[in-house]
Design a protein around this ligand. Structure first.
Ligand code: PNS
Length: 177
């Protein structure tokens, strides 16, 4: 039987619990799921593509049918290269719908045989976005429960170099005691 491969494209800057929830749901319905990080030259991301890739690889290590990749250019062309027949996207609130519909229709115009599959994340992540996580973390707000612990740690290190230094010192002191 033909394997159904799907790509899950996005910026993932940083990956949130909403993304992970969708990856888990997608891994249950597709034979193979490729989490595809867009290398977007126009945006200035908080995390480099390499950092995002490493985080997502660690976070999805337990899903045997999920892999992580980076792509440039059109999503439909990347999907064709990956032999994917579906694009997975998450819809949180009604406000997502218009933008997602536009993208899905444009992708359909470019490649009619590529289906976009929308899934809803768990209710508790319905207001969650990477942009808000970045903003709250930058302003010192509590983001626990919204991103995996590892991402929370990386955000603290990224936004507060003193935190990284203090942690590193702590580790050195512990190791040397
Ligand atoms: O996480 P995001 O930023 O909402 O993801 C948007 C993404 C990466 C899915 C979209 O920007 C995209 O597909 N970009 C690749 C370029 C492309 O194919 N553009 C036409 C889409 S209709």
């Amino acid at each position: 039987m033909k394997k159904v491969i799907a790509i899950y494209p996005g910026s993932f800057d940083p990956p949130t619990n909403g993304h992970l929830d969708l990856i888990e749901r997608g891994s249950h319905i597709f034979d193979e799921l490729v989490v595809a990080i867009l290398r977007n030259a126009e945006k200035t991301p908080l995390f480099s593509v390499g950092e995002r890739r490493r985080m997502l690889e660690d976070l999805t290590a337990d899903f045997k049918n999920v892999r992580v990749d980076v792509f440039d250019g059109l999503t439909v062309e990347y999907a064709a290269r990956s032999k994917a027949s579906a694009v997975l996207r998450g819809i949180r609130a009604l406000s997502d719908y218009e933008y997602e519909l536009q993208m899905a229709m444009m992708n359909r115009k470019l490649r009619p045989d590529l289906e976009t599959v929308f899934m809803m994340p768990a209710e508790q992540y319905s207001y969650l976005s990477s942009r808000l996580v970045r903003e709250v973390a930058r302003l010192g707000g509590d983001i626990s429960g919204l991103v995996p612990e590892m991402v929370e740690q990386r955000l603290k290190e990224k936004l507060d170099p003193a935190y990284k230094l203090a942690n590193r010192k702590g580790k050195i002191i512990k190791a040397g005691k």
